[in-house]
Design a protein around this ligand. Structure first.
Ligand SMILES: NC(=O)c1ccc[n+]([C@@H]2O[C@H](COP(=O)([O-])OP(=O)(O)OC[C@H]3O[C@@H](n4cnc5c(N)ncnc54)[C@H](OP(=O)(O)O)[C@@H]3O)[C@@H](O)[C@H]2O)c1
Length: 229
């Protein structure tokens, strides 16, 4: 069974998830960070793309000790697994994930990845092959399900978010809208990619809740199965 997929990201009031420099940008505050940590703790795995690893070098760790303890009490690893989508097996040796956090590292590569690189990577992380030239996300979800991952939190970046959303490979979207404007036509948005041109192609959502955190708002949407308005 495929995992339940929750997309979680933070954007500015004008829909940007970073600046034109594409570096990690603080969009939410302490309350939203605590909410995000709780969601990480409830998930079996957290997923990002290799672009985010290159630009932000995230550790994707769980910092809150009480949340780690709660997971241990449930006989779970203290921290959720960390998954990186990386077709060409270019996951950097000096990633912060090797230094900070204890969650298992899973790198999803394609069949086109250099064999020597895959072999070297396999010595340090779990490698999953899914897709011919880029990572086939549907196939990857099947494989993650087989590995026992029931809830997957997808954090970004923009290309990965677009792929999950455009292929309708998600169940929920949790988007935090922060009280700031970033601007810039090259700043990544919540969903870049090619975009849809026909209204019948737009994935449709149902709004489940809207809640204030810090100076912004958290919107929780559920995917609608049919696309009708
Ligand atoms: N505000 C937030 O919540 C938030 C969270 C995370 C990231 N971000 C921002 O997002 C930006 C990074 O976005 P990004 O688009 O450069 O990187 P990304 O979405 O993290 O990764 C994209 C890369 O993933 C690989 N990939 C493999 N299979 C794919 C597939 N099926 N669909 C899509 N991508 C696939 C491709 O590289 P290969 O072909 O080499 O495999 C692609 O270039 C940064 O500015 C970061 O700060 C913001």
């Amino acid at each position: 069974m495929r995992p339940y997929v929750i997309i979680n990201a933070a954007m500015s009031a004008d829909g940007k998830i970073s600046t034109p420099l594409r570096k990690q940008t603080k969009i939410s505050g302490a309350e939203d960070f605590a909410r995000m940590e709780k969601l990480r703790a409830e998930s079996d795995a957290i997923l990002v793309g290799i672009g985010t690893v290159r630009s932000d070098n995230p550790s994707l760790r769980l910092k809150n000790e009480a949340l780690k303890e709660e997971r241990r009490e449930k006989n779970l690893p203290a921290e959720p697994a960390r998954i990186v989508i990386d077709s060409r097996a270019e996951f950097p040796d000096d990633s912060d994930m090797f230094i900070k956090g204890s969650g298992k590292i899973i790198v999803a590569v394609s069949e086109a990845a250099d064999k020597d690189r895959v072999a070297a990577l396999s010595e340090r992380v779990t490698v999953v092959v899914a897709g011919k030239t880029s990572v086939d996300l549907g196939l990857l979800l099947d494989k993650l399900g087989e590995m026992g991952i029931r809830q997957l939190m997808v954090e970004g970046g923009t290309s990965i978010l677009w792929s999950f959303m455009s292929q309708r490979l998600f169940d929920e979207i949790r988007i935090y809208i922060g009280a700031l404007i970033i601007g810039g036509k090259t700043s990544p948005t919540f969903a870049d990619g090619e975009g849809f041109t026909k209204p019948e192609e737009f994935p449709r959502l149902t709004l489940k809740s809207a809640e204030r955190f810090d100076d912004g708002i958290l919107l929780i949407w559920q995917k609608r199965e049919e696309n009708s308005l």
